[in-house]
Design a protein around this ligand. Structure first.
Ligand SMILES: *[C@@H]1O[C@H](CO)[C@@H](O)[C@H](O)[C@H]1NC(C)=O
Ligand SMILES: *[C@@H]1O[C@H](CO)[C@@H](O)[C@H](O)[C@H]1NC(C)=O
Ligand SMILES: *[C@@H]1O[C@H](CO)[C@@H](O)[C@H](O)[C@H]1NC(C)=O
Ligand SMILES: *[C@@H]1O[C@H](CO)[C@@H](O)[C@H](O)[C@H]1NC(C)=O
Ligand SMILES: *[C@@H]1O[C@H](CO)[C@@H](O)[C@H](O)[C@H]1NC(C)=O
Length: 650
């Protein structure tokens, strides 16, 4: 989600600024053996191992052919030719860039993959949307399993009416949670990072610190189409990860990769009046599979695995699941190394029922405001529904009249859980709780659907079969219906881009909890403050719900959703559709990957309620309320909710 009420998300991140050519280490006998078994490594050592594999033309052709084929399914490809305002920063000719990547000379396999990664990350389709963020992008596990970290997360806080960038005041508590292998390194080199906690930052890398945050938002933080949302992901923030309160380090202090060796900060420490310049050294956190040397690094982290490429679900050994659930979420590599929110900043209020999963709910001391912190739309599909019912039931029993939904750093998840929450809060009388959507009508997609029909398949086997969807009157389509024949003509930026017929989701078929007819709280009176891509867009477009965003750069606009798609397909999923539909031998089908990686794209467009010719992703929606974080709220959810309730519900 984007933005979200709070703020934003982030995601993946990538390279920092600087050039990656500069950091080559001296040749070692086996640069991977040198870092084997360590979780925290010097960036130059990490990069030396990553650069130990020479450029391989066979792998380039494999990767680029795969990516080119997958982009045929990316619903926003043609929009990128000329992204409409205010999203102009995300303008790129995808095919021309692929051709350039095919011509460029690269010294190492790393250099090639990093260039592709940067290119797809900067498409900024962090898709956020509906309940989800989607991200398209190329994720070579070999090289995205490294994350640079410094013990000085950065935040933008308001103090005496002025917003400035600070080293997070809780930098010590936060960094200690990363562990002594991390902090011990700084102690061992005599670098006193603890005294920097809370320091006011005047410059970063010799620039205005907000300019540097902008730079990182432009070049590092992918995932969100809106620049303002990406600026937020440069900063540290609270979130829910692994069903627990957590703190995200932010893209300036925790970029993916091992490119930067240090971050130069000009700052004024707490209790000082004198500005000084420090270079905070990065350490690289290795997040991948264990290895002992160069050969095992490649075998365990870089070579394709059994789960890299898709499966023909018609195969005899496969027993189909009851129903496949569409997802739309972002990839945040840093999630795998997530640390908790320092305990002292967790809510002190007793949680209400239904707070053991991705949702944490509370009743504020005013006794009238219920808070649901929806950390993601993923996790346990049925458990999420039970938790919503349990929380709302307890809210009603306690006489709660105002509902605050916090979507800070919500990375998306199941499309249908976003629709469930929307419908539960809005009541079933609103009818269909989702968006009208389409897939692209490219020739291979048409062959997949025709293949599925010829094999007599249904939604247990494929996302492409029609029984996954409903006609616009909400009657489920029969599995044998071909919604890609004929395709519907559509033109984007002068390019013909035919789509499928328009359809609805069929989420209600998978709900285990029934939805009340009437809303449990009065949405139209602004009793519900929420945000977050699809969910927040629906709440905004259909219910005029109050939406507030925290953070961003002062004076710069921020969308409350980063970007919205409607469903992401991972490469494994798309390849399974192709194989199950019986068209893997078609010349248009992307080849199986030879390396361990994922190329994911937004596969369905969601169309705006107000303008059915525009994808919701390209409809600019600014929040009605915008607040700065303070030192009391940036890492303290309960303080933030109390503040938000006082502003929104008074
Ligand atoms: C390039 O990669 C392919 C596929 O992994 C491999 O078969 C080939 O040996 C590699 N070429 C070189 C020169 O290493
Ligand atoms: C890259 O360029 C070469 C030479 O023009 C061409 O044969 C090859 O098909 C191109 N690869 C891809 C993936 O487009
Ligand atoms: C700053 O000064 C105050 C008051 O003397 C003291 O309580 C606090 O610990 C000092 N903080 C740091 C980081 O030195
Ligand atoms: C919370 O859940 C428990 C166990 O299901 C139930 O007994 C209790 O009544 C619930 N409390 C409220 C206030 O709804
Ligand atoms: C819904 O629309 C489809 C396609 O137009 C039609 O075949 C079907 O009969 C309609 N169902 C109802 C209940 O109106």
């Amino acid at each position: 989600m984007s933005g979200s009420w709070l703020h934003a998300i982030s995601l993946l991140t990538c390279v920092g600024y600087a050039s990656f050519a500069a950091a080559a280490a001296p040749p070692a006998a086996d640069p991977c053996a040198k870092i084997a078994g360590k979780s925290f490594i010097l960036p130059t050592d990490a990069l030396a191992c990553q650069k130990a594999f020479p450029f391989n033309e066979t792998l380039r052709q494999n990767v680029l052919s795969n990516i080119a084929g997958v982009f045929d399914f990316f619903t926003f490809e043609d929009y990128y030719l000329k992204s409409p305002p205010p999203f102009q920063e995300s303008t790129v000719d995808i095919r021309a860039t692929l051709a350039r990547l095919n011509r460029t000379r690269f010294a190492t396999d790393y250099d090639f993959n990093w260039a592709v990664y940067q290119f797809t990350t900067q498409l900024n389709d962090g898709h956020t949307h509906i309940f989800t963020f989607l991200l398209q992008g190329w994720f070579p596990n070999c090289y995205t399993n490294f994350q640079n970290i410094i013990p000085t997360p950065l935040v933008s806080l308001e103090e005496n009416g002025v917003q400035s960038i600070f080293v997070a005041p809780d930098a010590v508590e936060f960094s200690n949670l990363i562990g002594t292998e991390f902090t011990g390194f700084f102690d061992s080199i005599g670098f006193d990072w603890k005294r920097l906690a809370g320091a006011k930052v005047i410059q970063i890398e010799d620039q205005d610190p907000y300019d540097y945050a902008d730079f990182v938002a432009k070049t590092v933080s992918g995932n969100y189409l809106d620049h303002g949302v990406r600026v937020n992901s440069a900063f540290s923030s609270y979130r829910i990860s692994g069903n627990a309160f957590s703190q995200r380090i932010g893209d300036m202090a925790g970029p993916t990769g091992s490119v930067q060796t240090s971050l130069k900060l000009k700052l004024i420490p707490v209790n000082s009046t004198r500005a000084e310049t420090v270079s905070v050294p990065f350490l690289t956190n290795f997040l991948g599979s264990p290895f002992t040397d160069k050969a095992s690094f490649w075998a365990n982290n870089c070579a394709a695995t059994d789960s890299t490429n898709g499966i023909d679900f018609k195969g005899a050994s496969f027993s189909p699941p009851p129903r496949r659930l569409p997802r739309a979420d972002i990839i945040d590599k840093g999630e795998s190394s997530a640390v908790g929110l320092p305990h002292e900043f967790e809510p002190t209020l007793p949680p209400v029922n239904g707070s053991t999963g991705v949702i944490k709910s509370f009743i504020l001391p005013d006794s009238k405001t219920g808070v649901m912190f929806v950390g993601s739309f993923g996790g346990d599909f049925n458990g999420f529904q039970h938790d919503v019912v349990a929380a709302v039931t307890q809210f009603k029993a306690a006489g709660v009249t105002h509902l605050l939904i916090d979507l800070t750093d919500n990375g998306g998840g199941f499309v249908c859980l976003g629709q469930f929450l929307h419908q539960y809060l809005a009541g079933s009388k609103i009818g269909y709780p989702g968006f009208v959507s389409t897939t692209r009508g490219n020739p291979l997609a048409q062959k997949i659907v025709a293949g599925d029909i010829a094999f007599g398949l249904n939604g247990n086997f494929a996302f492409y079969t029609a029984d996954n969807w409903a006609f616009l009157n909400d009657t489920q389509m029969p599995a044998s219906f071909n919604y890609l024949s004929p395709v519907a003509p559509f033109v984007v930026n002068g390019r013909p881009d035919p789509t499928s017929q328009r359809f609805h989701d069929t989420c209600d078929l998978g709900f285990v909890e029934s939805v009340p007819e009437d809303p449990p709280f009065d949405l139209n009176n602004g009793q519900c403050a929420s945000t977050c891509a699809m969910f927040s867009t629906l709440m905004n477009e259909r219910h005029n719900t109050k939406i507030a965003i925290f953070g961003g750069r002062p004076g710069q606009s921020i969308e409350f959703k980063g970007m919205s798609g409607n469903q992401v397909l991972e490469w494994f999923d798309l390849d399974s559709e192709i194989k199950t539909g019986g068209v893997k031998d078609d010349p248009l089908a992307p080849p199986d990957l030879l390396v361990s990686a994922n190329m994911r794209v937004n596969w369905r467009t969601a169309w705006s309620f107000f303008d059915d010719q525009r994808p919701i992703a390209y409809v600019s929606e600014l929040p009605k309320f915008r607040f700065a974080y303070t030192k009391d709220t940036y890492n303290n959810p309960q303080n933030l909710w109390t503040f938000a309730a006082s502003k929104l519900f008074s």
